[in-house]
Write a protein that binds this ligand. Sequence first.
Ligand code: ADP
Length: 690
Amino acid sequence: MTATPEHKLAVNLSPAWNESDRLAALAHYRILDTDFEADFDNIVKLACQICDTPTSTITLVDKDRQWFKAEIGMGVRETPLEDTFCKEAILEKDVTIIPDTHKDTRFQSSRYVTDNPHIRFYASANLETQEGLPLGTLCVIDYKPRELNEAQRFALQTLARMAMSQIELRHFLKEKQDGEKRFREMADSINQIVWVTRADGTFDYYNKRWYEYTGLPDGTFDGPEWEKNIPKEDRDIAGPLWEQHLKTGQPFEIKYRLRRADGVYRWVLSRAEPLRNTKGQIEKWYGTCTDIQDLIDARKKAEEANVAKTEFLANMSHEIRTPMNAVIGIANILAKSSPLTQKQLDFIKTLQMSADSLLSLINDLLDIAKIEARTVELESVPFSVTQIVQEVVSMMSVRAQEKGLEFTATSESPGLQHRTFLGDPTRLRQIILNLCSNAIKFTEKGSVQILLHCSPSDKENIENVSIAIKDSGTGIPQDKLETIFQKFTQADNSITRKFGGTGLGLAITRNLTTMMGGDITVESTMGVGSTFTATLPLQVESDKKSGDNDYWSDKSRVEYFQRSAEKSTILLVEDYAANVLVATTFLEQFGYECEVADSGLEAIEKAKRGEIDLILMDVQMHGLNGLEATSMIREYEKKNNLKRVPIIGMTAHVMSGDRERCIAAGMDDYVPKPFNADELQSKISDLLNQ
Ligand code: ADP
């Protein structure tokens, strides 16, 4: 045996690959135990002819056997792996040649040498995957010693590569067939029509649903069949569109009516995507066709229902508003009539407030309904932004005043008061009113400011007008900043109980703003305040250099209201609701502001905030009692060097020593329950005047 490298078997060398990877690759090709095939048979025939040998095989090396995909002169399809040449040959790179097995120490005693078929000569080339894993060999065998010349070696190698290509090709085709089978099974299992056309648009495939839907006999494939099922007017639109997309190769959607098996034409939505080859050319179009008639019907019904709802609301709101006018009107007349007791005035005020909030609720509901039914029409008339802001301020200043809030409007753009814009002043007023009303509602102390700013836009004659409403109120949690703009959403569930409202205001405000082409943003910090900014692109109609309305020109900042003259605030600490009602009625009749705490702890918290002029403290309470609460307030005042708030104790136990105990705890005076109104009033005013 000549000692060229390929003549040495690499039995002791470990291969570059891993045996389990090699076996996995072999399994992946799914070639083992398949039938004989002419293409492989031809390869072994050629190998025998070229190498001039009586025997040739295409051998695949399995876990414990060698299996022949093709063979000449072997007469069997497989043999056990032990003692085989191929098992060793695949460890070599490419070609293995054993000129005389009797001279090779490793094969001398192989049963294939000593026994039938008495192999003397063996040569093989590996069948290698692209990853370099040898699945087996193409080998030629002879029963006498011999050599292969260069040309024969080359041919053996080339034929081995051809055999491997055949294995790859068959595998690819099988995968493709399986893929198509899976696609068809899937397509048949869904409720949509699925179709495939060739690149030129001629039909290639329909799923079962097509035949069920149209009632056409199975296997009807023509394009014209499709067209016959579409009414002419839809075909005139869909046809050219389809042609156009065939040319441009863009995915598309077309709506048209398609005749169902029962003869009814129904709206369908056809969608198609092109499938391109590696060169980017379209090979096929894959499409679906969905019956959308039920959806269309449902939408139509919903729209009709929406219009009916709006009409109903419009009628109802009118019906409700008419008697409400009477209620509000009569309440106003009553409020001005005299003589009236304070209590009667309070009742009338409550009546007015309730009627007002009912009216604004009706207005909000109607607005939302109109917005949803898209029946809001915007006006385009000349108006002045500053004038609208002034109107809003004067409308809202009473409410701000009642809460002791500073309420100001400032223009940051000089000359804005001379500018006339074109747009819908009623809706703009509504936007500003809603934002100001919220700002006042959610602010207990400090200020509400309106800041106006105007800047040129990139469009001619259009200015971006921004109206910011800044308050020093409760603030809004960061995670609620977006949701508060949704219908019926409030930042906190306890809001309705505390402040009322429906959660519609901001939804309406945002909708109106976007309808005007603008935007609304909010910034807020808990406990510090919020700023809502509505920015609207408004068309400038004229820009007078001077005008009657010089209110804003002298001083760009207009203060409408300063904190009202001090009115004494009395903190009533009482945990029994009925007594709260009685006491607050008295206190308000005396003309005081009244705050209520329903526990000793709450009383301490409120007292610490320092806006209380006098405390009326019940002695017997659950939890911390009035005496303990008083001591703690006194301690706090001392520690922080604060002014001593007068505290009057109230108790239903009129026992001797009560007064002493109250004074000892740090109270200034004491009234027995039930109290005498005159006595209470004089004690309070005495202490306040000290
Ligand atoms: P409503 O005021 O009727 O509750 P809105 O839609 O006007 O409804 O407001 C939704 C919620 O947004 C309010 O309930 C409140 O939680 C929050 N909110 C709006 N404006 C302010 C503000 N200026 N300060 C604090 N919270 C606000």
